[in-house]
Design a protein around this ligand. Structure first.
Ligand code: ATP
Ligand code: MG
Length: 559
């Protein structure tokens, strides 16, 4: 399948939704949700879930809610709540008026828990955490009943109310579901529903000192919101019986269906907010939106486009098997999108001065440059030319081999959009370093064509007089290994060369106008964008988004 394929991929989730619709389940409604915990910034793995949840809702004329799963106050923050919304919008999805917070349901969770207690389906346990763990058993040994399991309904109701009222220390008691301590599924061995935790919550303040556990809060929230298909990652497969059990006990409540799919994993990346937070806290990166981070905000700052991320997510599709995709595949989709939309410009990252001796001093010309050969509507721009230019240092060799089709003493090359030039002299400083080239130009070759003379090389260049200076940041993978955790701690696998800062780069003057979010191709080098955070009108900063060479497409051809 290609990125431009308009037919959405069919997968087992869509197949299930279609069967449900045909059977008239939920009156044919499709209602999904994206439920991030606001304990970090979203990453590319979340993009997969966002594309899936909002995507199927769109496809079947349904709805998708954004729900902050914010019942674990110690790690949560409003900064995260805001960034998550910004990132989802940027990806191109809209929850309309359906922004919810699980913390808004705390009273309703409480009431539902009281019902379970009344029905003898939940009890207050007072074992200490360690004993409780011992009693839980293992995968091959059944657990043991807690001595508190037979508390009466009245006692449980009283204790639970006092837990809420703050009568007990943190950790003194928990509320547990009363299911089966011998269940082969450990998740069903009387899982904890509530714990006492005196922590300030970013929305409910100090109203609560008991907080519900994920398994309890999540399914019930889905039910409250009328979710039809609750899509989650594979590690929740063994929680599904619990998800269903809770809703069955509540009884008179909407019944969503949980369906699991495989997480997205990418090479050279760690993908968990907790692990990414450590990179931020240890100042290994400049922040959550560091352009090397696999976060949506980092990728946006790096110059990724929402279209490229969505095309990638559609391409990899949905499956039941955990797999790791190559980062190069994501970059392949990025290049495809940038190729169609990036404006072509010229920039010299490692400048070498060129003086054209037969070009009149003080003269300048404005030559025509094509903005995007892939898109005629992008038009043309004027590029200034003069007697002094910069070319890329790597485009000149004093003693070039035959196959080097760039500049060397006595050799002739074409300057893009401009003229043919021939190198006549190499100027060096006292240390023997090349500081300048002297050249001549052929006035007849304006626009880059002449009398049929064979000139193989075409170089990019910038007029010295008109050039604007910029800092350019060139990135490499943040981690050296494909699997940064293969050798243990991912922090030991950091790539020391993941950021190269190039100062004194020379850009063509049209780039002064570069707006954040607008992709540019620096001809022959790669795709770049202005850094939305650090760039200033008098101190431009550009990020390299990705190089031109598509290693993934190349590898596919060889196969
Ligand atoms: P993390 O470990 O990064 O915190 P999480 O699953 O705990 O991930 P949540 O905020 O709970 O993060 O995730 C919101 C939704 O995004 C969940 O439905 C989760 O399954 C999904 N999700 C998270 N990571 C991935 C991933 N790598 N691939 C696909 N979906 C993911
Ligand atoms: Mg999490």
């Amino acid at each position: 399948m290609t990125t431009n394929d308009p037919t959405p991929s069919t997968d087992f989730i869509r197949a299930q939704i279609e069967r449900d619709r045909e059977a008239g389940k939920n009156d044919g409604r499709v209602h999904t949700r994206f439920p991030p915990e606001p304990n970090g910034y979203l990453h590319i793995g979340h993009a997969k879930s966002i594309c899936l949840n909002f995507g199927v809702a769109q496809q079947y004329g349904g709805k998708c809610n954004l729900r902050f799963d914010d019942t674990n106050p110690e790690k949560e923050d409003t900064e995260y709540v805001e960034s998550i919304q910004e990132d989802i919008r940027w990806l191109g999805f809209d929850w309309e008026d359906r922004l919810f917070y699980a913390s808004d349901y705390l009273e309703r969770f409480y009431e539902a828990a009281v019902k379970l207690i009344r029905d003898g389906k939940a009890y207050v346990d007072s074992l200490d955490a360690e004993t409780m763990r011992e009693y839980r058993g293992t995968t091959h040994e059944p657990g043991k009943d807690s001595p508190y399991r037979d508390r009466t309904v009245e006692e449980n109701l009283d204790m639970f109310a006092r837990m809420r009222d703050g009568e007990f220390e943190d950790g003194a008691h928990v509320l547990r579901a009363k299911i089966d301590m011998a269940s082969p599924n450990i998740n069903l061995r009387d899982p904890t529903m509530y714990r006492i935790r005196r922590v300030h919550h970013h929305r409910t303040g100090d109203d609560w000192c008991i907080y519900p556990m994920y398994d309890w809060a999540h399914g019930v929230s889905d039910a409250f919101e009328g979710i039809t298909h609750s899509l989650c990652t594979l590690e929740f497969e063994h929680h599904r019986p619990l998800y269903d059990w809770f809703l069955e006990q509540i009884g008179d409540i909407h019944r969503p269906q949980q369906i699991e799919f495989a997480r997205l994993n990418l090479t050279h990346t760690v993908m968990s907010k907790r692990k990414l937070l450590r990179l931020v806290e240890d100042e290994v990166v400049s922040g959550w939106n560091d352009p090397r981070m696999p976060t949506i905000s980092g990728m946006r700052r790096r110059g990724f486009t929402p279209d490229a991320i969505r095309a990638f997510c559609e391409h990899i599709g949905i499956s039941k098997f955990n797999a790791t995709h190559e980062f190069a595949l994501l970059e392949h989709f990025l290049r495809q999108d940038l190729n169609s939309r990036a404006l072509r410009t010229m920039a010299v990252l490692d400048p070498l001065k060129v003086v054209i001796e037969n070009y009149p001093e003080g003269q300048e010309e404005w030559l025509e440059g094509i903005n995007n050969p892939e898109d005629e509507s992008a038009g043309t721009r004027k590029v200034p030319f003069g007697r002094e230019l910069y070319i890329e240092r790597g485009d000149f060799l004093e003693d070039p081999p035959k196959k080097f089709f760039r500049l060397g003493p006595g050799r002739e090359v074409r300057l893009r959009f401009a003229y043919y030039i021939t190198c006549t002299e190499v100027v060096k400083n006292d240390a023997g370093e090349i500081v300048e080239l002297r050249c001549t130009y052929d006035p007849e070759s304006r626009g880059g064509t002449a009398d049929g003379r064979k000139v193989k090389g075409t170089l990019h260049w910038v007029s010295a007089q008109h050039a604007v200076d910029a800092e350019v940041r060139v990135y490499d993978q943040l981690f050296q290994s494909e699997d940064p955790e293969a050798g243990g701690d991912y922090m030991t696998d950091l790539n020391p060369d993941s950021l190269e800062v190039k100062a004194g780069c020379k850009l063509e003057p049209s780039l002064v106008e570069a707006a954040p979010g607008q992709p540019y191709q620096f001809e022959r080098i790669g795709y770049f964008c202005v850094d939305a955070e650090d760039s200033k009108p008098d101190a431009l900063v550009f990020n390299k988004t990705v190089g031109l060479r598509d290693s993934w497409a190349k590898a596919q051809k060889k196969k």
